[in-house]
Design a protein around this ligand. Structure first.
Ligand SMILES: [Fe+2]
Length: 179
């Protein structure tokens, strides 16, 4: 095996590509692991972050949202396992090869939409969502934030368990649209 990429052969690169395949195919398991890690994070809220994720997804599902909206409702705060300040962007980049451009953008900007509900308490502008008012995905982002995400901190809400969302995770993360 080469010690410098510049000295690699076609056979070595074909071998490396083959070795990547099982890792790429294992993406659903990594997403599930990240969601489970959210259970350790409460961050001062009345529910831990896994419960919040499950409640957001359950509310979207019960409202009749399509599969992709339910999926992004479930995984929207997954980036918090890395860091909170840019968690929307972290999650958006993780999911980009697997979802539509609308879903990518809704996750990427969701803190700007969510800020309407609390940024005034933190000395920040509440109207950041106006920057996206001409985007085709604006209404979907608004619905996600206002009807489900901001309303999903009830520890007594009857959330569906993580197991019930595993088929959805496998459907979307089973194979990337681009490699
Ligand atoms: Fe959230």
């Amino acid at each position: 095996m080469f010690t410098k990429m510049s000295e690699g052969t076609k056979e070595e690169w074909e071998h490396i590509s083959q070795e990547h395949a099982p890792h790429i195919m294992d993406m659903p398991a990594r997403v599930i692991d990240m969601l489970k890690q959210l259970e350790r994070l409460s961050l001062g809220f009345g529910t831990n972050q896994l419960h919040h994720a499950l409640q957001t997804a359950t509310m979207a599902k019960r409202a009749g949202a399509d599969d992709e909206m339910v999926l992004i409702s479930l995984i929207h705060d997954m980036g918090k396992v890395v860091n909170v300040p840019n968690h929307g962007q972290i999650c958006a980049e993780i999911i980009k090869p697997y979802v539509s451009d609308d879903a990518y953008n809704i996750i990427r900007t969701h803190q700007d939409f969510q800020g309407e509900h609390y940024y005034h308490y933190l000395g920040k502008p509440r109207d950041l969502r106006k920057n996206y008012k001409n985007e085709s995905w604006f209404e979907k982002a608004k619905q996600f934030t206002d009807e489900w995400d901001q309303a999903a901190f009830d520890p007594n809400y009857d959330t569906e368990p993580l197991e019930s969302f595993i088929p959805l995770i496998e459907k979307f993360f089973g194979f990337p649209k681009t490699i």
